[in-house]
Design a protein around this ligand. Structure first.
Ligand SMILES: [Zn+2]
Length: 325
């Protein structure tokens, strides 16, 4: 049977258990490292902050977390290893890249412009290197390939990223998980990935709970890929009530085998810090690693969703995505 790469090494699919499908232990948008007022990068402190946020998950039986942080959002495998060890929780980390607009692309773009390297090949080589040799000198191998596209369109560069990821996934069996801007370009992402040979069972289209159209959801699910309802608590973009209603509808329509749950929470960001305005704070009040357990699952149960369906979404579906069985 296949094993799953975690930051503590490979595990058996049976050890995965209850799994959050898309979170961030520590992450930040590029640029904080150029801000002279950014707080010093202190791993000890970062780990402490992450552990504090993870503390309440134990009470709900969470065993594993997919950390969807790509290389260009300040992924730090050393932090992930320490957090995984100290919290005694499996963390599946990612190789991959973020959107053209918000990721770190200048280096590869310049190489491509100068004719030094082909963007698609260089991305593929990078994904394969991390999957087969490990990340840096850490020995840690990623368990997912994270890719991302912007709102309402897929740029040439993002298409190259999707194709490189699909190729690496096809050859290694490591699944592809995606970022969409509020669920836009979901069908297009799936078509490109599948067209390049990725197995639909090994594809999870992310942030789909940002899109409240049933028809659109079914358009994506019709491609036989999985979707991630992974932004519960980010009510700044869409109320949880809307996300929950769409989810309940999809469950009623029989899609339980293709949906995963999470919160896209970031336990620790970097930079100079600061606080949100009052209105933002109000709309983000439930955002945490445990919002789905405290608020969403109880609401789903009230709507008639069964314990078995919850288990399918939080245990069986992540296992199938990560291990194929
Ligand atoms: Zn995310």
């Amino acid at each position: 049977m296949a094993t799953i790469n975690t930051v503590r090494g490979p595990i058996s699919p049976d050890d995965l258990g209850l799994t959050l499908s898309h979170e961030h232990i520590a992450a930040a948008y590029p640029g904080w490292e150029c801000d002279p007022l950014s707080r010093p990068y202190d791993r000890e402190k970062i780990v402490r902050v992450c552990l504090r946020s993870l503390d309440p998950v134990k009470e709900y039986g969470v065993r594993s977390i997919i950390d969807a942080t790509p290389a260009d959002l300040s992924r730090d495998v050393e932090v992930l290893k320490r957090v995984s060890d100290q919290a005694d929780i499996n963390i599946i980390c990612a190789t991959g890249r973020y959107t053209e607009e918000e990721g770190k692309w200048a280096y590869l773009k310049q190489r491509s412009r100068a004719g030094v390297g082909d963007m698609r090949d260089e991305l593929y080589d990078g994904f394969m290197h991390e999957i087969t040799q490990g990340i840096g000198g850490s020995g840690v191998r990623p368990g997912v390939i994270k890719v991302a596209t912007g709102r309402g369109r897929i740029t040439h560069l993002e298409e190259a990223m999707l194709r490189a990821a699909a190729r690496a996934s096809r050859e290694t069996g490591v699944p592809v998980i995606t970022h969409t801007e509020d669920g836009t370009m979901g069908p297009e992402q799936a078509d490109i990935l599948i067209g390049e040979g990725a197995d639909p069972d090994r594809i999870m289209i992310g942030h789909m709970c940002g899109n409240s159209s049933f028809e659109y959801q079914m358009d994506v699910l019709g491609r036989r890929v999985s979707v991630s309802f992974d932004r519960f608590g980010i009510e700044l973009f869409l109320p949880d009530k809307v996300r929950t209603a769409v989810l309940a509808g999809l469950l009623a329509a029989g899609y339980v085998g293709r949906i995963m749950l999470s919160q896209d929470f970031i336990a620790c960001g970097f930079g100079r810090g600061g606080s949100w305005p009052e209105e933002v704070r109000r709309k983000m009040a439930n955002w945490s690693f445990v919002n789905i357990f405290r608020n969403i699952i109880p609401a789903l149960k009230k709507a008639g969703v069964t314990e078995e369906q919850i288990r399918t979404m939080t245990v069986d579906n992540p296992r199938r995505l990560l291990a194929g069985a």
